[in-house]
Design a protein around this ligand. Structure first.
Ligand code: GDP
Length: 604
């Protein structure tokens, strides 16, 4: 049963289309795939198992071509846009003929034992065969030939066998063997063989290998007026072509004075079967039908629902906070609702593309963060550039502060580290270790005899905001280029500590407030950021509160492709990821590549 048949031009425009009565499902998927393969010229699929389909497609294609010769001959796609190819009657007639002929032929049924030759043989006859005429004949090839020729005279039921017979019969006529018995033919051939053998030595010199003309590849003629500098036709490579290619070339028929390639493509699945005969040379009135199937569809929320659900789950699996994944999908749906889909696109690919674009947009910095330039500007104003680091415990504040120190030193700036984590035991010592290491990497001798990194510390239990203020004043006096203020890690729910942080920032007005967060967190990252920002706003003591200016995303090396925290953090703050920590050495500091993150996020 044929469900779907369409004839379209090489450009993918539907000239005519048939849809079987039983078809209720959309053929979008297979037709899209099909058109993709047609347009890209990469595939030739033949999966459909209907026995009559080859001949049927040829018939349809020839009928269509002959009938609409003039219309197809007209160049220019738009000229034929309104032409209605009334081909239904011809198609139905051809389909009926094809189905009838396939039924008439039917599969060759097996012979019963009684019908078979074996049933005619007696034991005696078998013995006679073994010891009789055959014993006198040379064993091997010729015996086989004799048998074959004998078989030829028997009536054969299967079509294929009939074909064989007729070709063998033809051979006999050509060789002048008509009316000869098998023995006589063998004898004749034997004589011919000996004659040839005696003649061959004399002929040999003349039979020296003829200089063979090198087979030249023919350039493909692109019938839609296209051209290519590359020869893409490999069908006659080495003088051979594979089955599929032969099949394609065999169908090149001259239509309307040109030589359009006429190709057949078949797509079939359990539920959907599509047969498409493709001819080149025009477009027609059924254009709208394919549009309905594969494109120009106005998207509704319902169309996108299942795809959006999958996308949401995918994002959550990649560590995007659940709430943000939902919000993102909602905004994509709103953006796409009512939009007309591209002609050959699917809902899934449209949604995916829109989501991808949104993600890239989220990660692209809304404002310029150029620390090195800002430091130089501060230098010109004869003041240090101040960066404050905040975040919860253990996320990598101190480590990444040290990495940023190293990066600044490498760029020619001097750094003062303000040890304002007066809370956690060991925090000051940890910073001192970093200071020593950094100074050994950049010895004072290389920097005019002064250590390029210094630590400003007042021990534990003191007011962090006060220490930061002193450090900034010291840096100004000592002409340090940058002050990096380390603060105690605190949980976002710890109100007193959050108030203290807000105060430190409000009092010292750093140039940059960086939130340090782990790439490992999902939903937690959003909670942290929302609460940190809220605390800064609540306790800022000014009309214009200083909020988080940027993010340091740490431990990025540990998350594989679960990069969702980057999205959650930037989405919730609207602030850029300024640095990415990718390990535990001073060199493991990177800037974010938005497209790489999005591609990791979209990866299945
Ligand atoms: P703090 O409490 O926020 O100051 O966190 P630390 O700076 O003490 O870092 C906590 C742990 O995280 C340490 O063992 C660091 O070596 C480690 N760490 C920090 N940044 C990174 C990073 O980018 N990648 C990896 N793999 N580990 C890191």
């Amino acid at each position: 049963m044929l469900d779907f048949f369409t004839i379209f031009s090489k450009g993918g425009i539907v000239l005519w289309c048939f849809q079987g009565a039983g078809v209720t499902e959309s053929f979008t998927g297979p037709v899209n795939a099909l058109i993709r393969s047609v347009i890209l010229q990469v595939g030739f699929q033949k999966i459909l198992t209907l026995t009559y389909v080859d001949k049927f497609i040829d018939d349809v294609q020839l009928h269509f071509r002959d009938r609409y010769k003039n219309e197809l001959e007209q160049k220019g796609a738009l000229k034929h846009l309104n032409f209605n190819y009334e081909f239904e009657d011809d198609f139905t007639m051809l389909l009926r003929e094809a189905e009838d002929s396939s039924k008439a032929r039917g599969p060759a049924s097996m012979r019963t034992f009684k019908q078979s030759e074996k049933s005619q043989k007696t034991v005696k006859s078998m013995i006679e065969v073994k010891g009789g005429d055959k014993a006198k004949e040379p064993v091997g090839k010729k015996n086989k030939n004799t048998k074959k020729e004998g078989e030829c005279s028997e009536p054969q039921p299967a079509k294929v066998d009939q074909g064989k017979n007729s070709s063998s019969g033809q051979k006999m006529v050509e060789n002048g063997n008509q009316g000869l018995t098998a023995d006589e033919i063998i004898q004749k051939k034997r004589e011919e063989f000996f004659r040839k053998r005696t003649v061959v030595p004399a002929e040999k010199p003349s039979k020296s290998p003829k200089p063979q003309k090198p087979r030249k590849k023919q350039m493909r003629v692109w019938d839609m007026g296209g051209s290519s500098t590359k020869d893409l036709d490999h069908s006659y490579k080495n003088g051979n072509s594979n089955g599929d290619e032969q099949n394609m070339e065999a169908q090149i028929n001259p239509v309307c004075g040109r030589s359009p390639s006429v190709q057949s493509y078949y797509v079939s699945s359990a539920e959907e079967r599509v047969v498409v005969a493709q001819t080149s040379g025009g477009i027609g009135g059924m254009f709208g039908m394919l549009k309905g199937l594969v494109g120009s569809k106005s998207l509704t929320r319902a169309d996108m629902e299942s795809v959006l659900d999958k996308m949401r789950d995918h994002l959550i699996a990649k560590n995007v906070a659940a709430e943000i994944a939902s919000q993102l999908c909602d905004s994509v749906a709103k953006k796409l609702e009512g939009k007309v889909m591209g002609t050959f696109t699917t809902v899934a690919s449209t949604v995916k593309q829109a989501l991808q674009d949104s993600l890239v947009q989220i990660l692209q910095p809304k404002r310029r963060v150029d620390i090195l330039r800002d430091v130089m500007e501060a230098q010109n104003q004869r003041r240090p550039f101040v960066i404050t680091f905040c975040g919860v415990n253990g996320v990598g504040k101190s480590t990444n502060l040290a990495k940023i120190s190293f990066w600044l030193i490498e760029n020619g700036f001097s750094v003062l580290i303000a040890a304002c984590d007066t809370f956690r035991a060991g925090a000051v010592e940890q910073l001192r270790t970093h200071q020593r290491r950094l100074n050994s990497l950049h010895p004072p001798e290389q920097h005019g005899g002064r250590p390029v990194v210094q630590l400003y510390e007042k021990g534990y239990g003191k007011d962090a905001a006060g220490i930061a203020m002193e450090a900034i004043a010291y840096a100004r006096n000592q002409a340090f280029d940058v002050v990096l203020v380390d603060t105690a890690g605190r949980m976002q729910d710890n109100a007193p500590l959050m108030t203290a942080l807000a105060k430190l920032i409000a009092v010292n007005m750093p140039d940059l407030v960086l939130f340090v967060g782990e790439a490992l967190v999902g939903n937690e990252a959003v909670d942290q950021l929302v609460k940190f920002n809220q605390a800064l706003a609540d306790h800022s003591m000014t009309d214009k509160p200083r909020l988080i200016d940027g993010i340091v995303l740490t431990k990025f090396d540990t998350i594989d492709d679960k990069v969702g925290a980057a999205i959650s953090m930037t989405y919730i703050t609207g602030q850029p990821i300024v640095f990415v920590g990718t390990g535990q050495t001073y060199n493991d500091l990177r800037s974010l590549n938005a497209r790489a993150v999005v591609s990791a996020l979209m990866k299945a």
